[in-house]
Write a protein that binds this ligand. Structure first.
Ligand code: GAL
Length: 461
């Protein structure tokens, strides 16, 4: 049986991008700055001093890009809307028709090739005005701001968009943006992440409430949230290490998924974080619980987890977000695991275990992997080809494990490869390449890599 045949016939195959990482056109036609514009222009924040001013210039090359996507044979394209492109200062009083027109162009191009648009409302690019004047995600008012923005999107695009993702990776926004300060807005705090996270959940829930009350019936779409989680494997068979791995997953994914599927933050978090963890009021619980039509998962890697020893461990920015005082977990990787250019270990079975954990904990929801992929810097050879065999191996091995998960009863319904093309990889700038298509950042020329052709063959099998 071919790999493709191991997936249901209605399985959704797609690729993904996000606005700030690919669009460029940073101040074209009424777009206001987002916190990522500001952050990336601060000296020392981004590798090599890179920024997203031009990025892949997707703003001017949408049609070319979506034609390349169609060439791969995908069913779906997940992209995000830049909030400050359609509302210069983040509020409906600065509605920007040119911004609306741009996303209509994206949707038109998708329609031309019969590619289903999957639209993320928030992929980290808060309008800078809301950060400067209202303290961004630390002020509950941001939830109403987000709800207003979401309403505008449903109104303008909902006639042709059937799949909405409210927030991408609230964990990253909270931990890397407010805990570690390595992502915008660059705060370092051991309490702000929990407050920002609380508001992200509420903002998501308010947007869903509006969609369900006013648009869902007529527009016939689905709405959900995408969270990220890496797998945590107990380092040993000891009960303490098993509990540590479980606790690590609860702090990572349970933080956001438990309130939505179970109605409250995990007990382990309440115990570990104490009064820095906001309380979900009864009123808010009504909004939050049950607020996702599907389970969006971004998954990249796996680490071992063990009960923290007495020795302070090195803080792991991407591992436990540096909030280890709250979690008491030591993380490590197996030296035999190969790693990508992000130094993230390639552990395909971790993806299957992650899916099974979600299925067990949250009563087997419909899951979509909305991102999975790897960074490798494969050069263009003399014949103009990019032979990214390690990326092909990565996708093949992760998809094998996804197929196994389905065979074991997990309700996995779709898979989006991150990313369609090389792009602005946040604090790493243009140095880390995740694309199925190579981008020459001097000429902006796109070249399909072997992995793009592998996908096409796999999808045609
Ligand atoms: C995710 C993020 C993407 C992409 C990817 C690779 O966390 O949603 O924007 O950058 O990681 O690091």
């Amino acid at each position: 049986m071919s790999l493709k045949q191991r997936f249901p016939s209605d399985f959704v195959w797609g690729t993904a991008t996000s606005a700030y990482q690919i669009e460029g056109g940073a101040s074209e036609r009424g777009r206001g700055p987002s916190i990522w514009d500001t952050f990336s222009h601060e000296p020392g924040r981004i590798h090599n001093g890179d920024n997203g001013d031009i990025a892949c210039d997707h703003y001017n090359r949408v049609e070319e890009d979506i034609a390349l996507m169609a060439e791969m044979g995908v069913d779906a394209y997940r992209f995000s809307i830049s909030w400050s492109r359609i509302m210069t200062d983040g509020t409906p009083s600065t509605l920007n028709q040119a911004g609306i027109d741009f996303y209509n162009r994206v949707i038109d191009a998708c329609a031309e090739y019969n590619i289903e648009p999957w639209v993320t409302l928030y992929h980290w690019d808060l309008p800078d005005h809301l950060e400067r004047t209202e303290q961004g995600w630390l002020n509950r008012q941001v939830c109403d701001r987000f709800a207003d923005y979401a309403r505008v999107c449903f109104e303008h695009f909902g006639g042709r968009v059937r799949r909405w993702i409210t927030i991408n990776e609230a964990w990253v926004v909270s931990i890397l943006g407010y805990g570690q300060g390595v992502f915008a807005p660059g705060h370092t705090s051991n309490s702000e992440p929990y407050l920002a996270a609380h508001h992200l959940l509420l903002a998501h829930a308010q947007a869903v409430d509006i969609y369900r009350k006013h648009y869902q019936k007529e527009q016939g779409g689905q709405i959900g949230i995408t969270n990220n989680c890496d797998w945590r494997e107990p380092l040993t068979d000891s009960d303490l290490d098993k509990q540590a791995a479980q606790r690590a997953l609860e702090f990572f994914l349970g933080w956001f998924a438990d309130p939505i599927y179970l109605g409250d933050y995990p007990e382990t978090m309440k115990a570990g974080v104490g009064d820095r963890l906001p309380v979900i009021s009864d009123e808010d619980r009504v909004l939050i619980q049950g607020s996702s039509d599907f389970f969006g998962l971004n998954h990249y890697t796996t680490m071992y987890a063990a009960e923290a020893g007495d020795e302070p461990v090195e803080q792991q920015v991407y591992g436990n977000g540096g909030l280890n005082e709250d979690q008491k977990i030591d993380l490590s990787v197996d030296p035999t695991w190969s790693v990508t250019d992000m130094q993230w270990a390639v552990v395909p079975w971790g993806c299957r275990k992650m899916l099974q954990w979600i299925a067990n904990r949250y009563s087997n929801p419909e899951i979509y992997i909305t991102e999975n992929g790897c960074a490798y810097d494969d050069p263009i050879d003399t014949s103009g080809q990019i032979n990214d065999q390690s990326r092909v191996d990565f996708y093949e091995s992760y998809l094998e494990e996804c197929a196994k998960a389905i065979e074991l009863g997990v309700n996995l319904k779709g898979y989006f490869a991150w990313s369609f093309m090389d792009n602005f990889e946040w604090a790493s700038g243009y140095d880390k390449r995740f694309g199925l298509h190579h981008v020459d950042f001097k000429t902006l020329k796109r070249t399909p890599k072997s992995s793009a052709r592998w996908f096409k063959r796999m999808l045609n099998e």
